[in-house]
Every structure is written in C-alpha cells, then in structure tokens.
Design a protein around this ligand. Structure first.
Ligand SMILES: *Cc1c(COP(=O)(O)O)cnc(C)c1O
Ligand code: SF4
Length: 275
C-alpha cells in the first residue's frame, strides 16, 4: 500500500468506509445461498463432484467485499472435533471426488491441524483431488514455510491451490517466492479475483494482473462479479462494464490469460459465466 493514499487499490479492499452502512435493496446477508446448500456442519455441497469444507472461520485479512462477511462461522466451522460430521457426509457421498478446503482461510490453521484433516480425508477412497482456496500466500507469504511444504509433498492427491489476488501490486517478490515454493511441490496454481470498483475495474490493471500472475507461475481462473452481500454495494461494477472489460482483455491477451467472468447464483449447478 502506498502510505497516505486513501485511494490505494490495496487499502480500499480492507478499509471500512461509511458507504457500507447504506442499505441497498438486493444486497443480503446470505447472498450466495450457502445456508441452503449446507450438507453438514461446515460442509457446503452445491456442485456435482465437489464439496467445500469450511476448515476454519479465521482469515489473515478482512476483505470488505467478502461474500462470507455475515456467515455464521462460530456455528459452521468444521474445525477441530467438528470435522467428524463433514467426514461422515463425504463417506456417504461417493460422487464427491474433490474436496475444497476453504473458510475463512484454510492456511490460517496450523499445519498439524491440516495434516489431521488430510489424514482423515485420505481414508476416503473416492477423493481424487484436493483444492485449497487461500489468500494467505498473497497476504502472508511467510505462511508458505518448510512444514507446510513438507505436508504438501506427502499428500496422496494432485493439489490445486487457488490463490486470491485482485491487483498486480499484491504480488511482490515475497509473494512470488511463496508461489515458487508451492510450484516446487508440484502444486497447480490458479488465481481468482473479484471485480471491484476503484480497485481493479480497468483493463490495464486486469491485464497487468494476468501478466504478473503468469510471470509468477499462476494462471488466472475466475474473475468474480461481486456477490450481493449487505455492505458491499459501493464495490459493484455493472454487468455491461464487466463485459466490456472482458472484451478488452480478450482482444489484448492470449486466451489462457483471460479469466472466466462468472457470478455465483443461488441454486445454480456451477458458477454462471457472464459471457
Ligand atoms: C465455487 C465453489 C466450488 C468450486 O467451483 P469450481 O467451478 O469447480 O471452481 C465448489 N463448491 C462451492 C460451494 C463453491 O462456491
Ligand atoms: S481472504 Fe477471502 S474469505 Fe478471507 S476475508 Fe478475504 S474474501 Fe473473505
């Protein structure tokens, strides 16, 4: 962050502002329908073949646009002794071949806790892939330490890490180093970003983000339209502008550097592409 600049694109993501208090119709508490898709305590089974485990409610940052801002983490984390019901659910659902560790941020758990969880998952024969959705390599690259790498190197499945950077300035040399270490363990690295007004809603920034990701060994995966969560309306970019931004990226970047522009729609069978 640039010191003293209230419009800094990194600061804007975490700075509480008075606009958040505005009540905007359509911006709700459970905007993505997680409540309805709850399969067990701490487990969200919305899409075929994949289940999301809320490994912990803790995060290293509090992004103001977070779609889980109002999620009842205290009751819904699968952490510690509460993993059992999620594991029972998975055991009874042989169609689930991929487990996503999410949160909160799964890497805010101690590595020993992660190992307990993956040891338990390893007893489920249907699991073929493990995915981690984490912002920690970006906001706390020191978390990618030797014990974490050691844990990754022993997992019995291909591992996909979906990082979360919204702006190229987030990827400094320390972050690039964390990405390189993850790749060194054979991890497939992807990035998801959220389209945010005043942060990354211009084509030069988005193109620079894709370029910087590739330089550091990461491919862009999703560019999310904002979930309509109460208190986040000031970040909204309307669909027409979002599509124009996407067209601009498509015109100037190779296809593999253009993220899929998607929105989460309650009840859908996957993320819904805008184009
Ligand atoms: C986004 C999401 C997934 C994964 O979707 P992909 O399109 O496979 O990345 C799985 N479960 C839930 C609940 C999700 O929100
Ligand atoms: S890192 Fe992800 S889960 Fe954590 S506050 Fe930010 S958007 Fe929410």
């Amino acid at each position: 962050m640039r010191h003293g600049d209230p419009d800094d694109p990194l600061l804007r993501q975490v700075l509480p502002v008075v606009e958040e208090d505005r009540i905007v119709p359509g911006f709700e508490l459970d905007a993505v329908g997680d409540g309805a898709a709850r399969g067990a305590t701490g487990l969200i089974h919305k899409y075929d073949g994949r289940a999301l485990l809320i490994a912990t409610g803790s995060c290293a940052v509090h992004c103001r646009y977070c779609f889980r801002r109002h999620f009842p983490y205290a009751e819904e984390t699968a952490a510690a002794n509460r993993w059992q019901s999620s594991l029972d659910y998975l055991r009874a659902e042989p169609t689930i071949s991929e487990v996503l560790l999410s949160g909160g941020d799964p890497l805010s758990l101690a590595t020993g806790k992660l190992a307990e969880l993956t040891d338990a998952l390893a007893t489920l024969p249907q699991i073929r892939r493990l995915r981690l959705h984490t912002r920690l390599p970006v906001v706390l690259p020191e978390r990618v330490d030797a014990p974490l790498l050691e844990w990754l190197s022993h997992l019995p499945w291909p591992v996909v890490v979906v990082a979360h950077a919204n702006h190229p300035n987030e990827i400094d040399t320390a972050v690039a180093g964390a990405f390189a270490k993850l790749r060194g363990e054979g991890v497939t690295l992807l990035n998801q970003a959220v389209l945010l007004r005043g942060v990354n809603d211009d084509p030069d920034t988005l193109a620079a983000l894709s370029e910087r990701l590739l330089e550091t060994g990461v491919l862009p995966y999703y560019l999310h339209q904002l979930d309509h969560v109460a208190g986040t309306a000031h970040f909204e970019v309307d669909d027409a502008r979002a599509l124009a931004l996407l067209a601009n990226l498509q015109a100037r970047l190779p296809g593999y550097l253009v993220p899929k522009l998607v929105r989460e729609v309650a009840g859908d069978t996957g993320k819904r592409p805008l184009a």
